[in-house]
Every structure is written in structure tokens, then in C-alpha cells.
Design a protein around this ligand. Structure first.
Ligand SMILES: [Zn+2]
Length: 325
């Protein structure tokens, strides 16, 4: 019964916008180029083509990985947000996410928003604390400390609506512009794109893949190991309306437990750069390590999990011998 209730609650929550938790925090943009930059819009009225996790149609059973290679790719969207990464200096100082990751020996992947990587940008002034570090400096520090930057578009607009309004070329350009902003920091072209709220038309998805991008998804058409785990962490920000019960780390561990029951021991966890998310990381990381998980960047994850040319997920799983604990 508890499990059923959990599934129902996840199903209800999954139809909400993944980035909506930041909407209440980030209505204004405070940007130089506001015409092309998204203030977050609540996408509650937009139905994603992606199937919510709990209502996902079953696909052919694919066993991926085994307890011998339990992997987590931790990912954080919507930054860089310097006060989350390096710690708030307000009346309630909080440890920065980057120090937390360092202390736990974890390298993560940050899906950053391109407009933030323009010079002298400190985030959204009405909603984000200025700690004297620009978003661009924050991005450079992330790279210096061994983390990975990937593409969450330039504008952070919801791409299906943007395509309807501006055409598919606009969408392609927005992703490319985000990639260029990252390349200017890292020197390398990002390969992975996570569209805001995972919303993208099939045509745009196909064309981005043709251009060499790998588009992250929650679609049940993909093998479970290549499907993002939606942490629902945005529901714990601000007034924490709808934050999973009994707690965010427990809810994430529960989702992982359900995937393990289906034979999947590798997981891409989708979080956001939020103070509330940073605060739960020490416990979540230590619980996952206690369960035998190893943390890798998304590039390493894909190297280990994604099928090689000519190989299927099933074949890859077949060569991995389960280990008894
Ligand atoms: Zn986002």
C-alpha cells in the first residue's frame, strides 16, 4: 500500500515542471539581453511528451549493470549559481555544494544555462545572493575542480513552445549558443543537452542528435539506465510545497530501489542548483556509497553504460557477471 501511494505521489508530481521550483524564486532575469533570455515560465500547462516516471510504459526488459558496477552520475541543472556552489554568506551561512562534493570525493556534471556565462553576470539579482563571484568565475572554478559542464540551452526557454513561436532553427541555435558559451570556458564542445523540463519536439531531438548532441531524456522509450531519474528536488525549494515525503534523499533512494528491482544499477540523477538540494547531498552521497555506488561524471558514465557501436544494452549486460554480496 505504501508503495502504491508512493507511485501515485510520484505520478502526480512528475507532471509538474522539473524547473518549476525555481520559477517562484526567479521571476525576473536582470539581464542585459532580456529579449532572448527566459524568465522562468511555469510549464504546468504544457504536457511533456515524456512519460512521467511512474506511468512509464514498460519496455523490453533490459538488465543493465550489476552490483559489480553500481554507478551514479550526479547532475545539477540551472546554474552556475555561485551562492549555491560556494556557500551563502547571509545570516544562515550554508556550505557550498562544491566543498560538499570535494569532501566526498565526488565529481559531478553541471547542466548550465548559457546566458549566465556572459561576463559580469551574477545570476538573478532579485532571487539569488551575490557573493561577489560571477557565474562565469563559478563555471571556471567548477572546471578547475574536476567537474563537467554540459548544455541546458542558452535561454532556458521551454523548447517546444519556443519552436512553435520561432521555428526549429531557433531551437537549434539556442542549444548551439549554450554550447558555445560552455566551450568558451572549457575549450571543448559539450556533448550532452538536457532540454528544460525535458521538453523537446521529436524533430528537434532528431536534428540535434544528427549534429552530434546526445539529448538526455526521461522517456520510457529509452533503456532505464539511459533515462534520467527526476529527483523532484525543485519541489523542496522555497516553501517546499510538495517536497517528497518522508524526505528528498529518502524519495530518491526509493526511486533507485525500484530501478534496482528491475535490474538497473546505474543511474543518472537529475537535481538542480538549489541550496536545499546542496544541504541533502552529504546524506544522500553517504547512503549511496554505503549501498556500493561509485560516482562518475556523465561522460564517464556514458563510456561505461552506453552500448558500443554494434552492441545492444542487453549484450553489454550479458558480459557483466553479477556479484553476490
Ligand atoms: Zn532547468
Amino acid at each position: 500500500m505504501g508503495y502504491v501511494r508512493f507511485l501515485l505521489s510520484i505520478a502526480a508530481l512528475s507532471v509538474l515542471s522539473a524547473c518549476s521550483g525555481t520559477h517562484s524564486l526567479s521571476v525576473g532575469t536582470g539581464l542585459n539581453n532580456s529579449s532572448t533570455v527566459a524568465s522562468h515560465t511555469v510549464a504546468g500547462g504544457v504536457q511533456s511528451k515524456e512519460t512521467p516516471l511512474a506511468t512509464a510504459r514498460p519496455v523490453a526488459k533490459i538488465t543493465t549493470g550489476s552490483p559489480a558496477d553500481k554507478l551514479i552520475a550526479l547532475t545539477f541543472d540551472d546554474g552556475p549559481r555561485p551562492y549555491v556552489l560556494f556557500g551563502s554568506k547571509t545570516a544562515h551561512p550554508a556550505q557550498g555544494l562544491v566543498d560538499i562534493l570535494d569532501q566526498n570525493g565526488v565529481k559531478a556534471t553541471f547542466f548550465v544555462v548559457g546566458w549566465r556565462l556572459t561576463p559580469k553576470t551574477w545570476g538573478e539579482p532579485r532571487h539569488e545572493e551575490d557573493i561577489g563571484v560571477s557565474c562565469l568565475d563559478a563555471a571556471e572554478r567548477l572546471i578547475q575542480r574536476g567537474h563537467e559542464l554540459e548544455d541546458h540551452t542558452y535561454s532556458h526557454l521551454e523548447l517546444r513552445s519556443a519552436e512553435k513561436k520561432n521555428g526549429e532553427q531557433w531551437v537549434m541555435h539556442d542549444v548551439d549558443r549554450g554550447a558555445q558559451a560552455i566551450k568558451a570556458v572549457t575549450g571543448t564542445q559539450p556533448r550532452y543537452v538536457r532540454p528544460p523540463d525535458w521538453i523537446l519536439t521529436d524533430d528537434a531531438r532528431r536534428d540535434l542528435q544528427k549534429q552530434g548532441y546526445r539529448v538526455l531524456t526521461i522517456s520510457s522509450e529509452n533503456p532505464m539506465a539511459l533515462r534520467d531519474v527526476n529527483s523532484l528536488d525543485y519541489l523542496c525549494a522555497g516553501k517546499a510545497v510538495g517536497c517528497p515525503k518522508p524526505s528528498l534523499p529518502d524519495a530518491v533512494l526509493q526511486q533507485i530501489g525500484q530501478r534496482e528491482k528491475k535490474g538497473t544499477y546505474t543511474h543518472i540523477l537529475a537535481f538542480h542548483e538549489l541550496s536545499t538540494t546542496a544541504a541533502i547531498m552529504p546524506r544522500l552521497i553517504s547512503d549511496l556509497k554505503a549501498r556500493g555506488y561509485r560516482f562518475v561524471t556523465l561522460t564517464e558514465y556514458m563510456k561505461l553504460v552506453e552500448p558500443k557501436p554494434g552492441e545492444t544494452m542487453k549484450q553489454q549486460a550479458a558480459v557483466t557477471k553479477p556479484v553476490k554480496f
